[in-house]
Design a binder for this molecule. Sequence first.
Ligand code: F6R
Length: 244
Amino acid sequence: MKFVVCENYDDMSKKGADIIADLIKKKPDAILGLATGNSPLGLYSELAAKYAAGKINFSKVQTFNLDEYYKIKQADPQSYYFFMHENFFSKVNIASKNIDIPFGDADDAVEESKRYHDKIAASKGIDIQLLGIGNNGHIGFNEPDDALSACTHNVLLTESTIEANSRYFKSADEVPKEALTMGIGEIMSARQILLLISGKSKAAVAKTLTDNFVTTQIPASFLKLHQNVTVLIDKDAASEMKIK
Ligand code: F6R
């Protein structure tokens, strides 16, 4: 894992956007794995600004999002589909046929997970997977557990994730209790991984990434086994780490 300590959230967002913009310049039909949440918001703004300035063209780019609540309708303002359109897709020229997000309103979560897995597997492969990290070490919605799933699947969210995500809802009771998420295998099969970590509240989990072991109780620890991971981490999040 390559750790890049950033001055603050804005610096992290700019550096992350530069990495993605460089990739798209080299490979205009790049396949991006995308995330929601606070961590990538600034990066999406930076990419939208580059697009508005004519510095980047997304017309051939394809995207797969990491996850979606289950069950939720796309039009629900709390859905990840809504978040992505509001914060990114509506601001750049990615063709809607090139966008895929697990369908949170599918009747059958198992079938929808299989559709999503098959589509990723049939693609030319995710070039860069953008990730945030949960306070409990989750990536996507792969929650700490005795075993982790390799492929897209539906999960029960942990109390800690429901609590963390309740900041976007009126109360924790309104947070959906399930989600559809890429599995660890699909995340690990991306050619490159870009993990964004920002803020004091992530300092404890960030520190575990420098330990020399992997455990299903910290799903992000599996990223240590990937050959091409860049961690953009701001000073607050890195405050408990000793990076050599
Ligand atoms: C979002 C996702 C989650 C978040 C994580 C961190 O699509 O898969 O794993 O990346 O919960 O969330 P923030 O960035 O809001 O702290």
